[in-house]
Design a protein. Sequence first.
Length: 117
Amino acid sequence: MSTRELERVEVIGRVAKKQLRLTDAAAMLELSYRQVKRLWRRYKRVGRKGLQHGNVGRASNRSKPAQFRRRVLQLIRKKYSGSEGERFGPTLGHLSRKLCLDVRKIFMRLPQSVIET
């Protein structure tokens, strides 16, 4: 959960314990009374998970298939493995043109540790 969501859980939890009113919670969260009332209903129905963003845990619409990612990583490990002198080779653009793969978007979002392993 993000810090904002955790703050919401804490404040709405205090509403559940009757330590706060919805109007006070709205002021603390800097939301309207109506929004806090909506959050409160969802909290009563679902619990803490109800205050979490709905897309948490879902794969991105823009992600490439796992098999494609594995193939690209395999090719890069093959091309760029070895000692420092041997590691210099074709650029990523050359590799993508040669293999007819669109690898730019993958490696803009992949952490370096994933590429190295």
